[in-house]
Design a protein around this ligand. Structure first.
Ligand code: COA
Length: 522
C-alpha cells in the first residue's frame, strides 16, 4: 500500500450511508430521465419528417462521425431545460468533444427537429461556449449545420448584442486566424446568419438534395424582389459546388458527407489525442459516492472520501495536511494525468484562503492542472474574522484563481454559495470545464439566510414563509443552472472519473502560459 493512500472510514451499513445512497440514486434516476426526455424529445412529427427526407438524427450524425467505440463528451445537454415550455430540448443544438480519426474535435451540430434548428439565447450561448473551448484547447471544429438561423420571435434578444448571434461568426474568424481548422457539413438549411457558418469555415461539404445555403430564403427573395425561385435553385448543393464555390465537396447523403469530413480531419498535421497512460483504478468503488454525498446539504462531506474514489490507486499526496483543515489541497493523478486538487471541507477562513492561494501558485509554477472540488457555503463571517481581515485573505485566493495560467476543472459536489463560488473557480473564473453533480446548489446565499437578511434590513417581524426562500431554492438547483449554461453539464457522480479524465486529456492541449499574479494585499 502506498503511503499516500487514503483509508476510507465509510461503513456501508451505516444508516446515514444508506439514506444518502437512496437520496443520490433517486437524483441520478431523475437525471437519466431528464436526459432521455431531451434526447428522445416529443416533437415526433418533426422527427418523422426529418427521417422521411433521408436525414440522420442529430446524435446519429455524431455517432457516425466519431471513431467507433470512443466516447463523446457531450456538453450542456440540458440547456434550456424547463424553459420555453420545453420546446427547445438541448437548446436545439448538440455540442461536445469526440475523436475523429484519432484527433480530438469540437463538434457543433444543429437539431433541425427542434424548431428548424433555429437559435434562441441558450442555443447561441451553447454554440459560443463550444467555440471558446475549441479556442482554448486548439480543437478543430466540425459544424454539422442544419439551421434556419435566428428564431425570429426572439430576434431582439438574440441578434444585435455583443454575445448574440453575430459573435458566432466573429469567433469563427478568430479561430481561423489562430489556425484552428473548421469544417462545415451542410446537411440541411443554412439560412441568413446560418449561411455564414459554412461560408466562414475553411472547407465545406454539402449534401445533395438536402443542403441549402442562402442569405435570404425563397420567401424573402419573393418579398424583396418578386423573383420566384426554389430553395434548390437558389442555393442547393449543385449551385454551391458548381456555380458559386461557397461549398467545396458534394456528398450523396449524410453518411457520405461524414465520410468526407473524416478524411478532411485526417489531412494536415492535426495533433492526435494523447495515448492512454498506464494507471491503477481507485481502491474504492465509485458507486460509493452515492452514499457519501449527503442528503442534508448542511452537512460537510469529507472531500478525502471523494478524492479516494476518483484518483488513481486512491493516491493523494496532501499539501499542508495538518494546516487549515477546511481546505484540502494536494497532488494526484486521474487516469495517469497529474492534477492538483483543491477541495472544500467546510467554510473558507483566512488560513484556508492563504493555503489555497499558496497551492494554486505551486501548481502554476509546475504547470499542473487544477481540479476544484467545490462544496462551499462561503467565507466565514463575524466580527473576529472581519477584524482579522478575512476579506484580505479571501482576496489572495481569488487573485490566484483568476490569474493562474494552468487549466482549471471545477466540479460542484455540493453547495456553491457566495464568494466561495469565486474563490473555488466558479464560472466567472474561466475554468476550462465546470460540471455539477445533481445535488449541487448555486446561489449567492441559502434561501433562508437571504430571506432573513431582507427581513432584518426591512425591519420586519420574522415571517417564516418568505417568498424569497422558495425563489432561491428553485433558482439554486442544478437544473436551473445548467438550463442557463452556467456550467458545462450535470454529470452522474458515478461518471465523475471518466468525465474528468476526458476533460483532462482535452485541456492538456492547451498551451500553458505561466500565470502573472497581481498585487496581493498582505
Ligand atoms: N424563426 C422561428 N421559427 C422558425 C424559423 C425561424 N427562423 N424557422 C423555422 N421555424 C419554425 C417553424 O415555424 C416550425 O414551427 P412549429 O413546429 O411550431 O410549426 C418549425 O420551426 C419547423 O419549421 P418547418 O418549416 O415546418 O420545418 P422544415 O424542416 O420544413 O424547414 C426551415 C425548416 C428552417 C428550412 C424553414 O422553416 C425556413 O426556411 N425557415 C425560415 C428561415 C429564415 O428565413 N431564417 C431567417 C432568420 S435569420
Amino acid at each position: 500500500m502506498s503511503i499516500n493512500q487514503f483509508i476510507s472510514t465509510i461503513t456501508k451499513q451505516d444508516s446515514a450511508f444508506q439514506e444518502n445512497f437512496q437520496f443520490s440514486t433517486k437524483l441520478s434516476t431523475d437525471l437519466r430521465l431528464a436526459l432521455s426526455q431531451v434526447i428522445d424529445h416529443s416533437n415526433k412529427q418533426a422527427i418523422v419528417k426529418h427521417v422521411e427526407r433521408g436525414k440522420l438524427h442529430v446524435r446519429q450524425r455524431i455517432d457516425v462521425l466519431i471513431d467507433e467505440g470512443t466516447p463523446f463528451l457531450e456538453l450542456s445537454a440540458l440547456a434550456a431545460f424547463d424553459q420555453w415550455d420545453n420546446q427547445f430540448p438541448s437548446a436545439g443544438i448538440v455540442t461536445g468533444i469526440g475523436l475523429v480519426e484519432g484527433v480530438q474535435c469540437m463538434i457543433v451540430a444543429n437539431d433541425a427537429t427542434v424548431k428548424g434548428g433555429t437559435y434562441i439565447k441558450e442555443t447561441i450561448k451553447k454554440h459560443q461556449r463550444a467555440q471558446e473551448i475549441a479556442l482554448q484547447n486548439q480543437l478543430p471544429c466540425i459544424y454539422l449545420v442544419d439551421s434556419g438561423g435566428v428564431f425570429l420571435p426572439q430576434q431582439a434578444h438574440v441578434f444585435p448584442d455583443r454575445f448574440d448571434f453575430g459573435r458566432v461568426f466573429y469567433n469563427q474568424s478568430k479561430l481561423s486566424a489562430m489556425g484552428v481548422p473548421q469544417i462545415s457539413v451542410v446537411m440541411g438549411s443554412c439560412t441568413a446568419g446560418g449561411a455564414y457558418v459554412p461560408a466562414m469555415s475553411d472547407q465545406t461539404i454539402i449534401v445533395k438534395n438536402q443542403g441549402t445555403i442562402f442569405i435570404g430564403g425563397p420567401p424573402l427573395v419573393k418579398a424583396a424582389t418578386g423573383e420566384e425561385v426554389s430553395a434548390e435553385e437558389l442555393g442547393g448543393a449543385y449551385v454551391h459546388t458548381a456555380i458559386s464555390g461557397v461549398a467545396d465537396y458534394l456528398a450523396e447523403d449524410d453518411v457520405d458527407a461524414v465520410r468526407i469530413c473524416r478524411r478532411l480531419v485526417q489531412q494536415g498535421n492535426q495533433k492526435k489525442a494523447p495515448k492512454a497512460l498506464e494507471y491503477q483504478e481507485p481502491l474504492y468503488p465509485i458507486e460509493e459516492l452515492y452514499g457519501i454525498i449527503s442528503a442534508n446539504n448542511k452537512k460537510t462531506v469529507d472531500p478525502h472520501e471523494i478524492i479516494a474514489r476518483i484518483t488513481d490507486n486512491s493516491d493523494f499526496q496532501e499539501f499542508k495536511k495538518q494546516y487549515a483543515l477546511n481546505l484540502v489541497t494536494g497532488y494526484s493523478t486521474i487516469c495517469g494525468i497529474q492534477i492538483g486538487i483543491v477541495a472544500n471541507n467546510g467554510f473558507l477562513n483566512a488560513e484556508a484562503a492563504r493555503k489555497g492561494a499558496h497551492f494554486i501558485e505551486l501548481c502554476d509554477q509546475r504547470a499542473i492542472p487544477l481540479l476544484f472540488l467545490q462544496n462551499i457555503t462561503g467565507f466565514i463571517v463575524g466580527k473576529t474574522y472581519e477584524h482579522q481581515g478575512i476579506a484580505r485573505d479571501g482576496a489572495k485566493m481569488i487573485h490566484a484563481v483568476a490569474n493562474t495560467g494552468v487549466p482549471k476543472l471545477t466540479l460542484v459536489t455540493g453547495g456553491s454559495y457566495g464568494a466561495g463560488n469565486y474563490a473555488m473557480a466558479g464560472r466567472a473564473y474561466d475554468p476550462e470545464f465546470l460540471f455539477l453533480w445533481p445535488n449541487a446548489k448555486t446561489a449567492v446565499m441559502g434561501g433562508e439566510q437571504a430571506a432573513s437578511v431582507l427581513q432584518t434590513i426591512k425591519n420586519k417581524e420574522s415571517e417564516m414563509e418568505h417568498p424569497l426562500i422558495k425563489q432561491i431554492q428553485d433558482e439554486s438547483s442544478a437544473y436551473f443552472s445548467t438550463s442557463r449554461l452556467w456550467d458545462d453539464g450535470i454529470i452522474d457522480p458515478v461518471d465523475t472519473r471518466k468525465v474528468l479524465a476526458l476533460a483532462l486529456s482535452i485541456v492538456t492541449n492547451k498551451p500553458i502560459d505561466k500565470g502573472k499574479f497581481g498585487v496581493y494585499r498582505m
